[in-house]
Design a protein around this ligand. Structure first.
Ligand code: GLN
Length: 393
């Protein structure tokens, strides 16, 4: 059969994240699969978006986003991330942080380039990169603290390295990169004259004293780092599709041209709405982190009770668990049993690893749920031993 498909999409398919959401919807389960974060958006943000729609802020914005939003983002970048930037030339408002990542990948990566990423990774990172057709090199995160072997990282760099991708706090394992780790990455990026692309979307969701550090704030890195973040996770608005990229002016300008071609601009009334998020009190972030800490504890406890052993996340709102102690064969078996018999969707671990067998005993659970849903999910998880007994021939 003739295939009309371009080489750049060879092998791409719907992600397991989305697949599990679809199956969960069909079966009416609780979705701990996709990181949809279905808690309420803060009221002032909703009100500001409604006012913008009522006030007919309905036309395209500049492709880089409305001025006031870029100004507020630049302020936050300096305040929270320790990265100073010019709001007019170094900030690009994007359609979700994914929009920024697509713009970066299409603007700077091409066949023949090498790009380094850590495994486990967020599948969209890997697959967006694949659209740009570089050679991908992966460095494995290992052990309870998800650390990597510095020599493995050094060996991954070459004179073809165009970029390294750093996701901190990370999806799916919740690793928060330390200053030492980021310093080594910074040193290697400068030595090999390559870019760093960071995804910092979970930057406010941190546990156990772990601190968020932006690679761009380290000496020598501002001029070679594209920092991606967004509003989805911090303000519970994953469907608004609002994110941003912060990078040196020359890079931002190129990404802006590409973002314009791909989607023109991020939704204008929502850009106005999200301005209100910058006026939320500092306590908002403290409460959010505390709330996730509680949800993390609740989910880990429910998992441990049935032999799903947590790999304790340092940040983000995902939890990887090892399924072997629960008497489950592998990740697919675990995801099937949990969804069909316990009414809980989770994502099979193998979809997050360069070598899928590294994740074949893991599942990813997202605990960014409203309390009653999380409780239902934990009750479902508690049914696992009985479900396995019933399933036995
Ligand atoms: N970032 C979220 C996750 O990892 C949502 C991703 C998505 O829907 N593609 O689940």
């Amino acid at each position: 059969m003739t295939s009309f498909e371009a080489q750049r999409i060879a092998g791409l398919a719907q992600s397991d994240i989305r697949l599990m959401s679809r199956r969960c919807m069909e079966l009416g389960g609780v979705n701990l699969g996709q990181g949809i974060c279905d808690q309420p958006t803060p009221d002032p943000v909703k009100a500001a978006a409604i006012a913008a729609i009522t006030g007919d802020e309905s036309i395209y914005s500049k492709y880089e986003g409305i001025d006031e939003l870029r100004r507020r983002i630049a302020h936050k970048m300096s305040d929270y991330n320790g990265v100073s930037c010019d709001p007019d030339s170094e900030v690009l408002v994007t359609a979700g942080s994914t929009g920024g990542f697509v713009a970066a990948a299409l603007s700077f990566i091409e066949p023949g380039d090498e790009v380094i990423l850590f495994s486990p990774f967020y599948g969209y990172h890997m697959n967006v990169l694949r659209l740009a057709q570089p050679t991908l090199k992966s460095v494995t995160l290992r052990g309870a603290d998800f650390s990597f072997d510095p020599d493995e990282l050094r060996a991954a760099f070459s004179d073809k390295t165009k970029a390294i991708l750093v996701n901190t706090p990370s999806n799916p394992c919740g690793k928060v990169f330390t200053r030492d780790e980021l310093s080594l990455i910074a040193e290697l990026c400068q030595q090999h004259d390559c870019l760093a692309i960071t995804d910092e979307i979970y930057e406010y969701i941190l546990y156990d004293g772990h601190e968020h550090l932006s690679l761009a704030s380290l000496p020598g890195m501002r001029e070679r780092t594209i920092t991606l973040s967004g509003f989805s996770k911090t303000y519970n608005m994953t469907g608004w599709r609002l994110g941003y990229a912060v990078a040196p002016a020359a890079l931002t300008a190129r990404m802006g041209v590409v973002a314009d071609l791909v989607y023109i601009c991020a939704p204008t009334p929502l850009q106005h709405g999200v301005l209100a998020a910058f006026d939320l009190p500092a306590q908002y972030y403290v409460d959010m982190a505390r709330d996730y800490e509680r949800k993390r504890a609740q989910t880990m406890q429910a998992c441990r009770a049935v032999g799903l052993e947590p790999l304790v996340p340092q940040g983000s709102y995902y939890l990887m668990v090892d399924v072997r102690g629960a008497g489950l064969r592998d990740d697919r078996h675990a995801a099937d049993v949990l969804l069909q018999h316990c009414g809980v969707a989770a994502v099979p671990g193998s979809s997050f690893f360069t070598d899928p067998s590294d994740g074949r005993h893991q599942l990813r659970l997202c605990f960014a749920k409203q309390d009653h849903d999380l409780q239902r999910a934990c009750d479902g998880i508690a049914q696992l031993p009985q479900a396995l007994r019933d399933a036995r021939p």
